[in-house]
Design a protein around this ligand. Structure first.
Ligand code: ADP
Ligand code: MG
Length: 665
């Protein structure tokens, strides 16, 4: 073999190799990604040359072949790409690759591990794992001499003629002793799957193709079916529930951006700070934490984004402030909002179906991002007790003469109005409303007041009460609603106040006039005052604020006899405290107990107590019974709020048995 040249690679940093080897990357494994990427580049270059008519004859089916030789401790990556001439090796390997490696190291020596993509070192990253690197290559150019380059990890290289006859390049690494893991077939497969799975060239290893190749996000959305998207999701995130919906990103100006983002079903224990989106650069995997690129509130999304315009050689902190990155983040948020808007108008059923989960993103996004809020504020919906009547579409009932007069445009307008109403109807028929619609509908009865329910089970009594009086209630039952979104809405709609159904009893629920209540001549107290006193003595709980009210109802026996209320401000304060201290909240000892004076049970207890005082003084059996019944009424009200603790439950059961025993005597 003729030695073509021996020489020194001109570099200015004396000892580039120790740096590459030791300190540059903790992730030595990325060398394979870099070499495969170079192979793909070489293959696309050959394709381009062929398209330009520079290649005589057919070019072979592109492929990349990886081979390991355990006995010689070598790993080789071969491609049938463009190859290199002697001059090209001198230029691209000795000068370009080396100088870019040197520049890279000088710039990032200290914080290379901080770099987002670890890109930039390219070919020379092979020296992180190899004690010797060889290139065997033949250029596609007519009459080229095949060449062999080798470098043993010092700045010296050797260039000889090669007997290679196939156009393309083989890079052979003789691995360092401590890097022998890269001789393990499992390790190679895993690395290819992680980094190079979507490279559009088959990567062959042990006689089979081991990468998926097809990058769905690079395809045009028009050619893809729902099943394609779902299948891809299952591939990316195996063993997960199906996603709710997805957004296909496809932009080429002012930056290149492709991707598919999926909305997963949210689990209650979702960690929103952890990203699940895979970042790619030209189909090559970079990493799977995109915290700096994806707007914060979209972190629970899944899928991939791919952009060669995201700078990978900058530190994470620099990335967040990078102009392109910021604009990409805005673009993604906008696309998501667009998609949600179109689902809202085009397929309301779908929208409602996924709202429980998607709503959380939307609300969180509205809190976090002013721009996003504007894009989604019209499609924020709430489940409501209101149901639109099944009214027939308004068909014009004019006489035939008038219909004839109403020509062209006029009719069109009527039609349009009808379909617009129809669109609105869908949501209200399905039991959903927007906040502005709610406020508008209830302006007369309770202007700027929103009644809401956070737990259909414990607040059932209250919801029923409001519903029976024809008052509309919104269901705001997700974690984000109670802790963040309601306070946010109160800021947004500064006039509007939100009250949970169990926080107070609205005047509309009560019989107003109490002034004409009969006063008992002996005690000089009204009946209500006596009932209140009775309960105060019976319960003996100074922290419970006892009130009497007469609840409106045609069937008083169906209203609750008593209710426990938690005033809005106090409850919110407690919730906040509990959240900041990460505690589970006990039921507050301080609360309001409303006794419904119209309920027959209260009347009966009252009568019982009255009779007992007159007949036999305070401690008569009926007085005792009245006391027990008061406690019982209170316990039942507490129970409806899930407010009974273990001790309370125990005494409730004991008392129940006593009361029943007496009743059956
Ligand atoms: P980059 O890929 O960013 O250009 P690299 O350090 O990875 O930087 O590679 C340097 C150069 O070496 C490439 O630009 C290319 O010209 C050449 N090269 C590397 N690998 C191959 C290959 N397999 N086939 C042809 N040329 C290659
Ligand atoms: Mg490269």
């Amino acid at each position: 073999m003729t030695v073509l040249e021996k020489g020194n690679i001109t570099i200015h940093t004396e000892n580039i190799f120790p740096i590459i080897k030791k300190s540059l990357y903790t992730d030595h494994e990325i060398f394979l990604r870099e070499l495969i990427s170079n192979a793909v580049d070489a293959i696309s270059k050959l394709k381009m040359a062929s398209l330009a008519g520079e290649v005589s004859g057919e070019i072979a089916e592109p492929e990349i072949v990886i081979a390991v030789d355990k006995s010689n401790k070598t790993l080789s990556i071969s491609d049938n790409g463009i190859g290199m001439t002697t001059d090209e090796i001198k230029k691209y390997i000795n000068q370009v690759a080396f100088s870019s490696a040197e520049e890279f190291i000088q710039k990032y020596q200290k914080d290379a591990n901080e770099l987002i993509g670890h890109f930039g070192l390219g070919f020379y990253s092979a020296f992180m794992v190899a004690k010797q690197v060889e290139i065997d290559t033949l250029s596609y150019k007519e009459g080229s001499q095949a060449v062999h380059w080798s470098c043993d990890g010092s700045p010296e290289f050797e260039l000889t003629e090669s007997s290679r006859t196939q156009v393309g390049t083989t890079i052979t690494l003789t691995l360092m002793d401590e890097e022998e893991e890269y001789l393990e077939p499992q390790r190679i497969r895993q690395l290819v799957k992680t980094y190079s799975d979507f490279i559009p060239v088959p990567i062959k290893f042990e006689n089979e193709s081991i990468n998926k190749q097809k990058a769905l996000w690079k395809e045009s959305a028009q050619n893809l079916t729902d099943e394609d998207y779902l299948e891809f999701y299952r591939y990316l995130h195996p063993f997960q529930e199906e996603p709710l919906l997805w957004v296909h990103l496809n932009t080429d100006y002012p930056y290149l951006l492709n991707g598919i983002l999926y909305f997963p079903k949210l689990r209650p224990d979702v960690d929103v700070s952890q990203g699940h989106i895979k970042l790619f650069c030209n189909q090559v995997f970079v990493n799977d934490h995109c915290e700096e690129i994806i707007p914060d509130f979209l972190m629970p999304l899944r899928g991939v984004i791919d952009s060669p315009d995201i700078p990978l050689n900058v530190s994470r902190s620099a990335l967040t402030n990078h102009r392109t990155v910021r604009s990409i983040a805005n673009h993604i948020a906008k696309k998501i909002a667009d998609r949600l808007n179109s689902i809202y108008t085009e397929t309301p059923e779908e929208y409602i179906k996924c709202w429980q989960d998607v709503g959380t993103f939307v609300k969180y996004g509205s809190l976090k991002d002013e721009k996003f809020k504007k894009q989604v504020e019209d499609i924020l919906i709430y489940k409501t007790t209101y149901k639109a009547e099944e009214t027939a579409p308004q068909i014009a009932t004019e006489t035939p003469e008038i219909q004839v007069e109403a020509e062209g445009d006029v009719w069109q307008d009527v039609e349009k109005e009808n379909t617009e109403n129809q669109g609105k109807f869908n949501y209200e028929k399905a039991g959903y409303t927007t906040l502005p619609d709610y406020l508008e509908r209830n302006k007369e009865r309770h202007e700027n007041r929103v009644f809401y329910c956070t737990d259909t089970q414990t607040q059932a009594t209250y919801v029923e009460l409001y519903k029976n009086q024809g008052i509309e209630i919104l269901f705001m039952d997700s974690f984000i609603d109670t802790n963040y979104f309601i306070p946010f809405l109160e800021k947004e709609y500064s006039e509007v106040k939100f009250s949970r159904v169990d926080s107070e009893l609205d005047n509309t629920l009560l019989q107003e006039d109490k002034s004409n209540e009969i006063v008992d001549p002996t005690t000089n107290k009204t009946r209500s005052e006596q009932i209140k006193e009775l309960f105060e003595i019976a319960l003996n709980k100074p922290q419970v604020n006892i009130k009497t009210e007469a609840l409106k109802s045609d069937t008083p026996q169906n209203t609750p006899a008593a209710m426990v209320l938690l005033p809005e401000a106090m409850r919110r304060f407690r919730e906040m405290m509990a959240m900041s201290q990460q505690q589970i909240m006990d039921f507050p000892e301080e609360h309001v107990l409303v006794i419904n004076t119209t309920h027959p049970l209260i009347e009966n207890i009252y009568q019982l107590s009255q009779g007992s005082i007159i007949q036999a003084g305070g401690d008569s059996p009926s007085a005792e019974m009245a006391k027990m019944l008061c406690q019982h009424v209170y316990d039942l009200a507490l129970m409806a709020q899930k407010g009974l603790d273990a001790e309370g439950m125990k005494s409730f059961v004991e008392r129940s048995n006593q009361v029943l025993t007496r009743l059956t005597k």
